[in-house]
Design a protein around this ligand. Structure first.
Ligand code: B1M
Length: 211
């Protein structure tokens, strides 16, 4: 791997935002293709972060700082990616369900998905079922990502899926859910297409769902 790409890779693993930004700019200045920068250094680094997390070598804080470094690098790369037309694997409408204000996990999932090349429509927190429906109807979302951190707000995932069905849109989207109290069983029970326990596995699931 070229040194500049290696620096981006290592900068993300270390959560070193300045190093990532500087080297992304240097790589662009050296006419390295944005697609190569994204896949060979940035996405490769986030994949490694995911492996380290699953192996118990990284914890949430390391994932967060890596994700932030990735996000800042992506901000520099984004306009060039559009120009060079790297196709996004899908458009994800993500939000924490109605009544729930926890957004750290949802933001992490969004950052990791963005890092994997997905387009993100971030609906924020306390998202009503209508807003998810609107994101499918009017904002081109083909994947819904719902997060809930409270046992009292989890049932709003079911309410949202029901609203999507009522709007006649269920066959137009895949639906994934996650959050500390959520389980695989619960996903099956409410008719979601999948559950991921953490942000790195949310990326793997999203890729499978849109494949
Ligand atoms: Co709240 N809170 N909180 N809180 N809070 C919890 C969730 C709680 C478990 C604390 C506790 O009692 N031990 C408890 C819930 C109990 C329950 O329902 N069983 C609780 C409570 C009770 C409350 C309030 C009701 C407290 C009160 O006011 N009396 C209140 C509710 C407000 C509301 O939402 N309406 C409340 C408020 C808050 C703060 C605002 C202070 C703050 C949130 C700040 C923010 O998010 N901007 C807060 C916090 C920080 C927490 C804890 C401490 C940490 C949550 C967090 O960010 N974790 C939490 C205790 C805990 O979890 N240890 C707690 C880190 C984050 C990276 O993990 O969000 O789990 P997490 O996301 C993970 C995975 O779950 C997964 O990937 C992420 C990364 O690996 N994931 C997905 C998440 N979404 C996914 C979606 C996917 C896939 C994977 O696909 C779509």
């Amino acid at each position: 791997m070229e040194e500049v790409l290696e620096n981006i890779f290592n900068g993300i693993l270390d959560g070193d935002r300045e190093m990532v930004k500087r080297n992304v700019q240097q790589a662009l200045d050296a006419s390295i293709s944005p697609g190569v920068i994204l896949t060979e250094s940035m996405i490769a680094a986030m994949t490694e972060v995911g492996h380290r997390f699953e192996a118990g070598e990284y914890y949430v804080p390391e994932m967060l700082i890596a994700a932030r470094a990735m996000k800042e690098g992506l901000a520099i790369l984004k306009p060039y990616l559009k120009e060079s037309d790297v196709k996004a694997p899908g458009r994800v409408a993500a939000g924490t369900v109605r009544g729930d204000l926890h957004d750290i996990g949802k933001n992490l999932v969004c950052m990791m998905l963005e890092g994997a090349g997905f387009e993100i429509v971030d609906l924020g927190t306390d998202v009503s079922p209508d807003k998810f429906v609107d994101a499918i109807q009017n904002r081109g979302a083909n994947l819904i990502a719902m997060s809930a951190l409270l046992t009292t707000t989890m049932p709003n995932m079911q309410v949202t899926i029901d609203a999507i069905k009522t709007a006649g849109l269920r066959d137009k989207v895949k639906i994934m859910i996650g959050g500390a109290p959520v389980t695989d069983n619960y996903a099956r029970q409410i008719g979601a297409d999948g559950y991921a326990p953490d942000a790195s596995r949310a990326v793997a699931l999203a890729k499978t769902l849109v494949a």
